[in-house]
Design a protein around this ligand. Structure first.
Ligand SMILES: *[C@@H]1O[C@H](CO)[C@@H](O)[C@H](O)[C@H]1NC(C)=O
Ligand SMILES: *[C@@H]1O[C@H](CO)[C@@H](O)[C@H](O)[C@H]1NC(C)=O
Length: 377
């Protein structure tokens, strides 16, 4: 992964120490859509002019939604404030943001499905081009609103963030609702001698809204994408993992952890450089986030050819157990993988699962260095 090679890490450190944050962490300008378009630029709920919503540019069929508005029998709610937007087929919203070239950023926004069945949102920055398709058909909250994270590396000091609905629904008013678009600078942690995993404690990650008690979903991320959860890839077709914070959940260590909410359909993975033949110890915590997820939980941890199964009985009130796995590396990269093998639903019907936190990997035995053996002869 080019993300962490030596030269760019040095460059990144220089940037971190000298550059002020160009875009402060938090909502984009009018990121919650509370500044309204003027009535003259609307036809019913439809926004008619490209620049009608302050600080945003729109294309296509975009509606301006107010909390409490009805669609058929469905009452539309808004997670933050009183307004949101809805993107019809091929509609998009766009905002220019000032960033620092070479830095990594994570975008968090809230989205809700309305009547369309399978929905995806295309998030991109230009120039880049960097883009990602975020599957939003699985709903993880009882309100219907989930927050999603996506990350990019800034190639210029000024970029345009675009959220696009490439939907093909017969009814343009069946597109997803969008609210609360925020940005956070990422400072990807490096591996150390004591912990060869980068961001093993999951402390660095996407922006989390101070008053959002539902966590932030990290959708599938492949090796070629930048991760809003630095160091980690999320391997899945359409399902996500959930970042949880200590302000709203119980986390085993530090301020953040990851809840594996999608059972066997999602794996959390990191590749680590290893020396074949050496022994390593992987340690991690498995617990519950104190969010009412009750049941028998099971997490499998894999490292190289070794694996361990951790069972944890959750009362849904918080708590954790520590697990460890010793293995001998068989290659010069080793994949560390965490998967939950259980599917649990909460009383309100939403998916939940075990939390994983505080993971570390260290070398426990070194082969006798050949040079010393020679000296003894
Ligand atoms: C407003 O929308 C209605 C219904 O779609 C349409 O008939 C009407 O022509 C529109 N008015 C303007 C000014 O575009
Ligand atoms: C997302 O949209 C951008 C810009 O419209 C496009 O270049 C890109 O191919 C799309 N990505 C995906 C994965 O569809």
């Amino acid at each position: 992964m080019a993300f962490y090679n030596g030269a760019s890490v040095v460059a990144l450190l220089l940037l971190v120490s000298t550059a002020a944050r160009a875009a402060g962490d938090g909502l984009l300008l009018n990121g919650n859509f509370e500044y309204q378009p003027s009535k003259s630029q609307m036809n019913g709920t439809r926004v008619m002019a490209e620049n009608a919503i302050p600080y945003w540019k729109i294309t296509g069929f975009v509606e301006y939604i107010s909390s409490g508005q009805k669609q058929g029998d469905m009452l539309l709610t808004v997670p933050e404030g009183a307004h949101a937007v809805r993107l019809g087929n091929e509609a998009s919203i766009e905002q220019q943001i000032s960033v620092t070239r070479g830095m990594y950023y994570s975008i968090t926004f809230s989205a809700a499905r309305t009547c369309a069945q399978s929905e995806k949102l295309n998030v991109s920055v230009a120039p880049g081009p960097e883009s990602g398709e975020l599957p939003i058909q699985t709903v993880y909250t009882s309100s219907g609103w989930d927050s999603y994270a996506w990350a990019f590396k800034a190639k210029r000091g000024l970029v345009s963030l675009i959220i696009h609905n490439h939907g093909e629904d017969d009814d343009p008013a069946c597109g997803p609702l969008i609210d609360s678009v925020a940005i956070k600078t990422l400072y990807p942690p490096q591996a150390t001698q004591n912990n060869m995993l980068r961001n093993g404690d999951f402390e660095e990650g996407p922006y989390m809204f101070p008053n959002a008690a539902w966590g932030v979903m990290v959708p599938p991320i492949s090796e070629d994408d930048h991760s809003p959860l630095p160091g980690w890839m999320v391997m899945s077709d359409t399902k996500a993992v959930k970042c949880v914070d200590s302000a709203h959940f119980v986390v085993p260590h530090g301020a953040r952890a990851v809840e594996l909410v999608s059972g066997l359909e999602t794996a959390l993975m990191q590749e680590v450089r290893t020396v074949p033949g050496r022994s390593y110890r992987l340690e991690f915590s498995v617990g519950d986030a104190g969010d009412g997820c009750v049941g028998s939980m099971q997490v499998k941890g894999y490292a190289g050819q070794g694996s361990t199964t951790v069972t944890y009985s959750s009362q849904g009130t918080g708590g954790h157990t520590r697990a460890s796995l010793e293995f001998a590396a068989v290659a010069d990269t080793t994949r560390v993988v965490f998967v939950s093998s259980t599917y649990i639903t909460k009383w309100d019907g939403t998916l939940c699962g075990p939390v994983v936190d505080d993971a570390s990997l260290a070398c426990v035995s070194q082969q006798q260095p050949p040079a010393r053996r020679l000296l003894r002869l």
